[in-house]
Ligand binder design. Structure first.
Ligand code: AP5
Ligand code: MG
Length: 209
């Protein structure tokens, strides 16, 4: 059973995906992470992607789908699909080109928008280990350094407050039809993502039973 994680920026998709990867044997594929690795290569595609991400805009569907599909073996492992789909067109692409008749649940991370900006501006990430920190809710043991890999933590370029506002605007424009799409298929499950990471994890565990 695959899980599709849907939710606003900062709703906690990556944090929960990491727990399910460690504890429950899921493979985690995040379109945001894939796009950021392309940016890190500084290829011409990467530079184009960087400009879009840094302005909080969506990358075109075919680029995202290519990156995404080349990193999936849906018939071999159970996956968490994080950050895809983000538009109704991507919902259809995922159904027709990737998932076919594979079983899945769509998990919607419902969160009070008032919490989002605070969560995101205080997020720090370790690019190599993938560990996600929060300066307020989950700080590293040593300031600015990953507990696991010892690498320097970074503040994502798109985590500045003005870019977050644009990301949220784009999210609000498409979320209703995505929820409607999965609701009509009876695949939609909601979790209260305003709760602590432990309580959100417990809610997801109940969905897996
Ligand atoms: P992406 O990287 O997917 O970003 P996003 O969807 O905006 O989500 P985030 O990664 O910001 O948040 P999250 O829900 O993973 O939260 P996290 O667990 O880190 O996409 C980035 C960009 O790439 C897009 O803007 C777009 O340009 C492009 N892109 C990506 N996918 C695309 C697609 N399909 N099509 C086109 N373009 C695409 O948590 C956030 C913070 O909160 C952390 O500090 C964490 O420690 C903390 N936290 C987590 N849970 C809790 C909790 N329960 N309580 C308190 N704090 C918490
Ligand atoms: Mg994420």
């Amino acid at each position: 059973m695959h899980l599709i994680f849907i939710g606003a920026p900062g709703s906690g998709k990556g944090t929960q995906a990491d727990r399910l990867r460690k504890n429950d044997g899921y493979y985690h594929v995040s379109t945001g992470d894939l796009l950021r690795s392309e940016v890190a290569k500084a290829s011409s595609l990467g530079l184009r992607i960087k400009e879009l991400i840094d302005n909080g805009q969506l990358v075109d569907d075919s680029t995202v789908l290519d990156l995404f599909s080349s990193n999936l073996m849906l018939d071999k492992h159970k996956y968490i699909l994080d950050g895809f789909p983000r538009t109704i067109n991507q919902c259809n692409l995922l159904a027709d080109k990737l998932l076919h008749d594979q079983p899945f649940k769509a998990v919607y991370f419902e969160v009070d928008e008032g919490k989002i900006v605070e969560r995101i501006v205080n997020r720090r990430v370790a690019p190599k280990s993938g560990k996600i920190y929060n300066l307020i809710f989950d700080p590293p043991e040593v300031d600015g350094v990953c507990d696991i890999s010892g690498e320097k933590l970074i503040h994502r370029d798109d985590d500045k407050e003005e870019v977050v506002k644009n990301r949220l605007k784009i999210y609000r424009e498409s979320i209703a039809e995505i929820l409607d799409f999965y609701s009509k298929l009876s695949k939609l499950h909601r979790v209260d993502a305003s709760e602590s990471p432990d309580l959100v994890y417990d809610q997801i565990q109940k969905l897996l039973k």
